[in-house]
Design a protein around this ligand. Sequence first.
Ligand code: ADP
Ligand code: MG
Length: 399
Amino acid sequence: MLLERLIQQKRLVVLGINSGTSADSLDLCAVRISRIKNKKNIKVLAKNKFDFPASLKKQIHNQIHCKQINPESIIQLDNILGMFIGLKAKEFIKRLKKNNINVNMIASHGQTIRHIPGRVKIGMLLINGTLQIGSLDQIAAKCNRIVTGDFRQADIAAGNEGAPITTGAMFDLFSNTKPRLIINIGGISNYFYFPANKSNKEIAASDCGPGNSLCDILSEKLFNKPFDKNGQIARKGNVNQRLLTLLLSNPFFSNKQVSTGREAFGLKTAEEIIEFGNKFKISYEDLMATTSELTVLAIIKGIESLYLNDKDLNKLYLTGGGRKNIFFRKGLGSYLPDIGIRMVDELGIDGDYVEAAAFAVLGEACLRSESFVNYRHKDKRDILIPVLGHIVQPPNVRY
Ligand SMILES: Nc1ncnc2c1ncn2[C@@H]1O[C@H](COP(=O)(O)OP(=O)(O)O)[C@@H](O)[C@H]1O
Ligand SMILES: [Mg+2]
């Protein structure tokens, strides 16, 4: 049986697949994970990006931004996206085979359509949830491989917020003899802190607030560009303090949640920013500078206590597409003059593929039902993250 055979194998090549909140591209990363005695050895082997066809990208963005999801269209998109991911994975697997890399299994995060980490009262229950689409079964069928996924659903069912879920994988990829702080600037920004000597006590991880999500929408609406390349537009503007103060009053900055999404920092907030700008005659460049400053401050607010508690922490490593934004980098540097602002690429993994690599590690752990990872919640509770998810078999597996 394929599943049993896979579990018995000590060395697996896992293809991690991700499309983040920005829905900018499908990122694939092949990672070799070897288990030797109790040690895990991880090596990134290959990576590739695929653009979504324009019509598919439009459908994804429509579903992300629409106020009311229609069940028929979400079911269809789940399958269309699953087929697309499956086809691209198959293409990449074929190419890897020519280089003698045999992909044993796939770990697919899917595309987040809704993320509701905070609990709301529904009848007698307090409910939170999250939705990632891109049918795992379609991927399994196209690639004839076992696929793991639905990691966020598992985290919700375990009583958490559906994010952060890659803390254990990021620990495996980046923890070191020195303390490490990794900041991911994707659609949403988040951080992972690992104390020195790979200690798994006092690990911290949380979303910070917006990453590129608001800036991307402003860039599209005001400048007809999908994003603010290198932060060029923001660098031409000035921060409007009144608007910044308003944006900082977003409830996420004062609540105890560790996770947020486009529901808090998406289209609705971007429209409010534009409306505020029109009312008070603020230039588009100033709106971009102010919104970019919000990202910088969100990150600073998220990580400031880490520096106070760990005197040996003197660097941070940026990952995700936003690491290329010079406004963000300069902004972080101005608030943290004694801290080296570095790129995660220096640590040996291309910052465009860190999440895909982390999902590969997570997927392998899911296959092996690996035990719990500890980390410290921002309200100082210790959280246990079960490394769980779904394991989907291809339909034509021979028993
Ligand atoms: N050269 C660049 N300059 C500024 N921002 C960039 C650049 N390249 C990518 N980005 C930003 O990074 C985003 C994608 O980052 P990514 O880490 O893939 O986010 P997600 O995980 O949400 O998909 C783009 O939407 C864009 O805002
Ligand atoms: Mg992306």
